[in-house]
Design a protein around this ligand. Structure first.
Ligand SMILES: *Cc1c(COP(=O)(O)O)cnc(C)c1O
Length: 366
């Protein structure tokens, strides 16, 4: 029931109580989100009321959204890429499959080729769009088996999906081979780099996963994960800058006549925050963050194996998985569908926490 109002002091002590029940981020090893960078917080506050759903009212903020897409396009080897800021990987993946479907309206029972390792957002997207999801096996390194993908394509296949940085094991699928398969079969190829898109370009030896491969049609990437922005900020990028217009609907009472986005009202604040982080840190700053996360990931794997707890995979990005069933209580960890312990070394997880975790787990596994 709505009260007659309360004092600000009372209200904020109530809100702070709720906040105190949230977990201490120092012990969160299960999440792909992290603490936003201080410049992201500052930029976010500056754009609190901005609405990208009505860009004519916020032309300055809309310019930042275009800049964000341009920056990420350049990072993905195509500064002229199209795209827009979404609410995250789920929306980007859904919109990519919508694009693929609407390009092939003549197909009556469309199917999409998706690796077994795919994020659950593809289940939602296929359900909403009424698409058959064909699941592709993994190879022994836990990457998508490209020959099985090839075998599952038929005349009703509208899209192939590859993952650059899988949510559970941190693997990058053979994107180059998949790109060739997509080209040969003239099929839409969507790369889900929601997690890896803000990691792979900053690695010492980046594997190709982006528009440098000619078969790649669209890419999903989430600045609200390794991009250290505030939540929610995802991006969908398209090779063809006009591709999204096939989703246009008329928007009678807004400052624009049409829109292709899924959401109507869209926050400008996290978009400004995402751009702020990239511009502030630049390539070298992002490299140094990614280097730190990868170093922690490798230290964690070495430390666990020294304790006799073996890795489940040798990851391409900062996700470590283990054959292990018991973890000390104070740590918040996660488990894969196959029952492996899963730890994500995000920027808020520092070297000291890794050592503390190793010493805690060493005690119960001694
Ligand atoms: C996180 C993630 C998603 C979903 O993104 P949300 O921002 O949670 O909607 C999709 N795909 C991959 C590979 C992810 O890691």
């Amino acid at each position: 029931m709505l009260s007659d109002g309360r004092t600000e002091d009372e209200l904020f002590s109530f809100l702070q109580d709720a906040r105190r029940s949230d977990l201490d981020p120092r012990y969160i090893l299960s999440s792909m989100c992290t603490l936003p960078h201080p410049v992201a917080q500052r930029a976010h506050e500056l754009f609190l009321e901005t609405n990208l759903g009505d860009p004519g009212l916020f032309p300055g903020t809309a310019r930042l959204e275009r800049l964000l897409i341009e920056r990420i396009g350049a990072l993905f080897h195509l500064p002229s890429a199209g795209g827009y800021a979404t609410s995250g990987g789920t929306e980007s993946n859904l919109q990519a499959l919508r694009l693929a479907r609407d390009q092939r309206r003549e197909i009556r029972s469309p199917n999409v080729i998706v690796p077994e390792s795919a994020h659950f957002s593809f289940r939602k997207a296929c359900d909403i769009l009424n698409l058959e999801m064909r699941t592709v096996n993994m190879d022994s390194s836990r990457r998508m088996d490209a020959s099985d993908a090839s075998a599952k394509i038929d005349a009703s296949t509208i899209c192939i999906v590859g993952i650059a940085g899988t949510t559970e094991y941190g693997m990058v699928d053979p994107i180059r081979t998949l790109s060739q398969i997509a080209e040969e079969n003239r099929i839409f190829f969507h790369v889900d780099a929601a997690f890896g898109g803000m990691v792979i370009p900053f690695l010492e030896n980046p594997v190709p996963f982006d528009f440098s491969l000619p078969g790649v049609t669209t890419i999903a990437v989430d600045p609200h994960k390794m991009g250290l922005s505030t939540i929610p900020c995802g991006c969908l990028l398209t090779r063809d800058p006009d591709l999204l217009s096939i989703l246009n609907v008329d928007t009678p009472y807004l400052t624009v006549k049409q829109e292709f986005t899924l959401a109507g009202t869209r926050p400008g604040a996290p978009v400004a925050a995402a751009l702020a982080v990239l511009d502030y840190l630049g390539i070298s700053g992002m490299r140094s963050i990614v280097r730190g996360c990868m170093k922690n990931t490798h230290r964690l794997i070495d430390g666990m194996e020294t304790l006799g707890i073996l890795r489940a995979a040798t990851p391409d990005v900062n996700v470590a998985t283990f054959a292990c069933t018991k973890v000390p209580d104070r740590w918040k960890v996660s488990w894969t569908r196959q029952g492996h312990l899963r730890l994500v070394c995000m920027p808020h997880v520092h070297g000291e926490q890794i050592e503390e975790f190793l010493s805690d787990i060493g005690e119960i596994h001694a």
